[in-house]
Design a protein around this ligand. Structure first.
Ligand code: IMP
Length: 181
């Protein structure tokens, strides 16, 4: 494989396989359905990383829910975000009076989510909660209340199941550790 496809990284071992992911999403879906019984939550995916998690999670929640999507870019050096967040795509609908559940792929430093929570709270939702598939607690720089967590993981850079490195590997069914060469 010659330039421009030569890569400085490779996909390492599986950290969480797709069956384990699906089983956990089933549990999260049941818990969310119980917690929001009698309500119609509004599940907002943060593109692009949480698109696949969101797609599976909404199908695991047996409630008359609605969906929306936002896209953000977080600036920073290397693999660490600085907390400076640019909204690339905002929600389509007003959040006023809605029970909003923000769906994230991974909480690392927490800076991106912190920014989003402040931003979305200002639009007066009835409630605002967070669901994240992955959580790296050892990397946290700012406290963000994550209400639903799929898996706590160690301080490793992971790809697959929506998560990328340089826009690649999102389509891998399992979550892998990325090896830098
Ligand atoms: P935070 O602001 O540091 O919490 O960064 C959160 C965002 O960084 C996530 O939504 C991901 O898009 C990205 N990110 C953090 N850790 C990883 C990782 O291990 N693999 C892929 N993306 C990651």
């Amino acid at each position: 494989m010659g330039w421009p496809d030569r890569r400085n990284e490779s996909v390492g071992p599986v950290l969480i396989d797709s069956l384990t992911i699906q089983k956990r999403i089933g549990e999260l879906g049941s818990q969310i359905a119980r917690d929001y019984r009698g309500k119609a939550p509004h599940l907002i995916a943060i593109l692009k990383g949480s698109s696949i998690f969101h797609a599976d999670l909404v199908r695991a929640v047996e409630l008359p829910l609605s969906m929306d999507f936002i896209a953000v870019a977080s600036y920073g050096k290397g693999d660490t975000s600085s907390g400076e967040v640019l909204m690339l795509k905002d929600v389509d609908e007003s959040l006023k009076g809605k029970d909003v559940l923000l769906v994230d792929d991974i909480v690392d430093t927490g800076l991106t989510l912190h920014y989003l929570v402040q931003n979305l709270k200002a639009r007066m939702p009835k409630s605002l909660k967070i669901a994240a598939l992955l959580n790296k607690p050892s990397r946290r720089k700012i406290d963000v209340p994550v209400d639903y967590i799929g898996f706590d993981i160690p301080d490793e850079f992971v790809v697959g199941y929506g998560l990328d490195y340089d826009q690649r590997y999102r389509n891998l069914p399992d979550i892998h550790i990325l090896r830098k060469l």
